[in-house]
Design a protein around this ligand. Structure first.
Ligand SMILES: Cc1ncc(COP(=O)(O)O)c(C=O)c1O
Length: 328
């Protein structure tokens, strides 16, 4: 099946996701950046605008991860104090009359991570913060046990990195094909737990595009790496096959470029390159977060590594919603 629209329908019928986002997310040309980046064309895929309540790249995956949970379920998941995965899970689970318990490890404080942490406190039913990264397993145990008193529990892995969620990102690539007249030379996205890039790789393979997928690593290599990303993609193709949907496999000829955006200090710390990218973006009215978007956008400023001319930038960070809606 090659028609992206028909394939999307078939997958939605097979996996029955719930409805949390507004699709398609806008694809915006960004001509103001062309001169400074030395590109012929740049589009921004506005995943940050995926939902009015709490947008960002995680919404696509959550439509599949939260599907079929009975009202009253408690989703338990894990992430940094500034994790938008944690926040998006809390906000969107609440919209389905479910709750969320979070186990979190400390993350460097920036305006963005502080805002996300405050919003997590406001939206999640239970937040257990580990004092150090090493203490995360204990925090996770406490969150898992603590969640029991609120309802039946379901586990969601960190970052929502699960084949069901990757299906959502695969559909994003099919959506992109309906918005662009021709394949871009590159799609640039932050690479954290890998689900987003895994879905994009599967999408590019399915579309038969010659496009390079550039994953800019923003988390430690043990989490954000080529092997894990490919494995997620493989498991996603298997999941779809088990539901009667065959999609193209990744091939070794595919252009998957992994770039280190992490810098010396680690996850969540702003980098000099990222901050330069953030300033440039801000000059043109684009707000990037320091942990994900700024580091990925910085790739476009590196003239040495960037010999592509027509690029889609995956804009993933949705600005957090500060307060929950009042309970009725
Ligand atoms: C704003 C934002 N962008 C990008 C990513 C990376 O996505 P993935 O974990 O699917 O690699 C994340 C992950 O948490 C995120 O919150």
């Amino acid at each position: 099946m090659s028609d992206p629209e028909r394939l999307t329908r078939k997958i939605r019928e097979a996996l029955a996701p719930c409805s949390l986002g507004r699709w398609p997310t806008p694809l915006e040309p960004a001509p103001a950046f062309l001169a400074s980046l030395g590109l012929d064309a740049l589009w921004l895929k506005r995943e940050d605008r995926s939902a009015p309540r709490c947008g960002g790249n995680k919404v696509r995956g959550l439509e599949f991860l939260l599907a079929d949970a009975p009202a009253g379920s408690v989703f338990v998941t894990v992430g940094g104090t500034g994790s938008t995965h944690c926040l998006a899970t809390a906000v969107h689970a609440a919209a389905l009359s479910c709750r969320v318990a979070l186990a979190q490890f400390p993350q460097p404080e920036t305006d963005a991570s502080r805002a996300v942490a405050a919003a997590c406190d406001a939206h999640a039913t239970l937040v257990v913060r580990a004092p150090t990264r090493a203490a995360l397993p204990l925090a996770l145990l406490a969150a898992w046990h603590g969640a029991r008193r609120f309802g039946p529990r379901r586990w969601i892995p960190g970052g929502g990195a699960h084949p069901r969620a990757v299906v959502g990102h695969f559909l994003a690539a099919l959506e992109l094909a309906q918005q662009l007249p021709a394949p871009p030379e590159a799609i640039v996205a932050p690479l954290g737990t890998g689900g987003t890039v895994a879905g994009l790789l599967l999408g590019v393979a399915q579309l038969g595009w010659p496009t390079r997928v550039v994953g800019v690593r923003v988390a430690p290599a043990i989490v954000a790496n080529r092997w894990r990303t490919r494995r997620l993609a493989l498991r996603t193709a298997r999941l779809l096959a088990s539901r009667g949907v065959r999609i193209a496999a990744l091939t070794s000829r595919m252009l998957f470029q992994l770039v280190d955006g992490l810098g010396g200090k680690g996850y969540g710390y702003p980098t000099a390159d990222g901050e330069a990218a953030r300033r440039l973006a801000a000059e043109h009215g684009l707000t990037l977060d320091p942990t994900y978007g700024a580091k990925a956008f910085a790739f476009l400023l590196q003239r040495g590594t960037c010999n592509v001319r027509r690029v889609v930038f995956w804009h993933t960070f949705g600005v957090p919603c500060p307060t929950p809606e009042p309970e009725r």
